[in-house]
Design a protein around this ligand. Structure first.
Ligand SMILES: Cc1cc2nc3c(=O)[nH]c(=O)nc-3n(C[C@H](O)[C@H](O)[C@H](O)COP(=O)(O)OP(=O)(O)OC[C@H]3O[C@@H](n4cnc5c(N)ncnc54)[C@H](O)[C@@H]3O)c2cc1C
Length: 429
């Protein structure tokens, strides 16, 4: 059995050790790295020639306190497991990434963010405590803001390098419905996007936009802005774990090109323009997890895999966002479903967390030399703008770019467990 990351790049070979509760001593004869569901796109969840500690069997709930909403679970419990059990009881995740196929441990190790960053921060802001297994000495530590606090903050966004998270306590959010009331608004250029973002920060918990990287005839980038809140209609739909569609095999490399991506973007824009409106009721699944409905959608990029590039640009340097779109347009390498969102002021708690105040853009490109060249150019723009790139999505940034984005890295290394390593760590060291 092999394990890969979501982008199917790079290709690696590693030993797999399946963990059972309670895990005994951790192996130290080879480098080790915890592995959740491999929803990281690049090599931060891979450990070529080493061992992956597979957490999928650490999947039990331990305790739930309905008076505080604090859920205590083993680290391999998935966000989907939590939703299936707790949405019908009126509880939701405090923060959710764009897929529910993520483990509790993986969400902590990347300090993941969602559409409500401006309102509630990242995943780490809602973690009460976790237990961490380390190797030298072999011990299990309780980490929270008062006990082993430095290790707590190093492990939030710590890329699985500070030890194995065994279990964690997360504070869930009370909801009055499982449905979302959303507005879907088209915009014609980035000025309109910023205006919508600003006006939506106040009244809406969830904001995100899709933007077309191909410029229109006026040389502008159009898109669709989605904003919403949980409804209060006391309807709690139950969902079975279901997947409607699937991509059964890797598509040929030629399937995606400027022509097909342009055609897809046009179709997507026109469909949403037709459906646009306000106060539209939708299920939480279609609002938060539209891509989860297509099993293995990552295979459409072909066997060679794909890069996701996600950066954040400080708001006082908005021109850099225009420069990124210009560079993408020059390369004729449009991406479908480019996602744009403004991160708010709430400071990340994790030492190596990605979110900082600014505008974040996420794009997908097939792995090929042209994409690599384009992404190196984008890095130049992001470095100059004093932004950063999300490590969970990365498979190719240089050491120079990494150190510019994360100057705190040397300090972080003090908390790394000596037995733990990853393909990402070795690439940028
Ligand atoms: C469709 C899609 C949409 C996404 N949307 C978003 C988004 O909106 N926001 C966002 O922030 N991210 C997003 N992501 C990225 C994803 O949320 C993160 O990469 C997440 O960390 C993956 O979790 P995982 O359980 O699959 O962990 P893996 O990818 O397997 O591992 C991630 C990291 O966690 C570490 N790890 C895993 N388990 C443990 C443990 N028990 N103890 C210590 N370390 C551990 C690993 O070593 C690795 O460094 C998205 C990914 C996909 C595929």
């Amino acid at each position: 059995m092999t394990k890969s990351s979501w982008g199917h790049y790079p290709k690696t070979t590693q030993n797999l050790q399946f963990l059972h509760w309670p895990p005994k001593q951790l192996p130290t004869h080879q480098t080790i790295l915890p592995y959740g569901l491999g929803r990281s796109y690049g090599d931060s969840c891979l450990n070529d020639q080493g061992t992956l500690l597979i957490t999928e069997k650490l999947n039990r709930f331990i305790d739930f306190d309905p008076s505080s909403g604090v859920l205590h679970s083993e680290a391999g419990v998935t966000l989907e497991d939590i939703l299936l059990q707790f949405v019908p009881r009126g509880w939701f995740l405090p923060v959710t990434p764009g897929t529910k196929f993520v483990t509790l441990g993986g969400a902590i190790a990347n300090d993941v963010h969602g559409k409500n960053h401006h309102a509630v921060g990242n995943w780490g802001h809602h973690i009460v405590e976790f237990t961490l297994m380390r190797t030298s000495p072999q011990e299990i530590l309780t980490c929270n803001p008062h006990q082993n606090a430095e290790l707590f903050y190093a492990t939030l966004g710590g890329l699985g390098l500070t030890g194995l998270i065994l279990s964690a306590k997360v504070k869930l959010k009370k909801i009055q419905s499982s449905q979302i009331k959303q507005d879907m608004i088209t915009f014609n250029n980035l000025h309109e996007f910023y205006r919508l973002s600003e006006e939506s920060c106040e009244g809406f918990e969830f904001n995100v936009a899709w933007v077309d990287c191909f410029k229109n005839s006026k040389q502008e980038n159009r898109g669709i802005f989605f904003r919403g809140n949980f409804d209060d209609n006391q309807i709690f739909e139950t969902h079975k774990p279901s997947r409607l569609l699937q991509v059964p095999f890797f598509l040929p490399n030629q399937t995606l090109n400027a022509f097909t991506v342009k055609a897809f973007n046009e179709l997507y824009f026109q469909m949403h323009r037709f459906k646009a409106g306000t106060n539209l009721t939708t299920s939480y699944n279609s609002f938060f997890y539209p891509l989860d409905a297509i099993h293995h959608w990552n295979k459409i990029y072909g066997i060679q895999g794909f890069y996701q590039y996600q950066c954040v640009i400080p708001l006082d340097n908005k021109a850099a966002l225009q420069d990124l779109f210009q560079e993408i347009s020059n390369f004729q390498q449009g991406s479908f479903l480019a996602v744009l969102k403004v991160f708010g002021r709430i400071k990340s708690l994790g030492m190596m967390s990605f979110p900082v105040e600014g505008v974040t853009l996420a794009l997908d490109f097939p792995v090929n030399p042209k994409s690599t060249e384009l992404l190196n150019r984008l890095d130049e723009i992001v470095m100059k703008a004093k932004g950063r790139v999300y490590i969970a999505k990365d498979a190719r940034m240089s050491q120079k770019a990494f150190l510019a984005y994360y100057p705190q890295f040397q300090n972080f290394l003090k908390y790394k467990d000596p037995a733990f390593s990853s393909s990402f760590l070795r690439r940028i060291s």
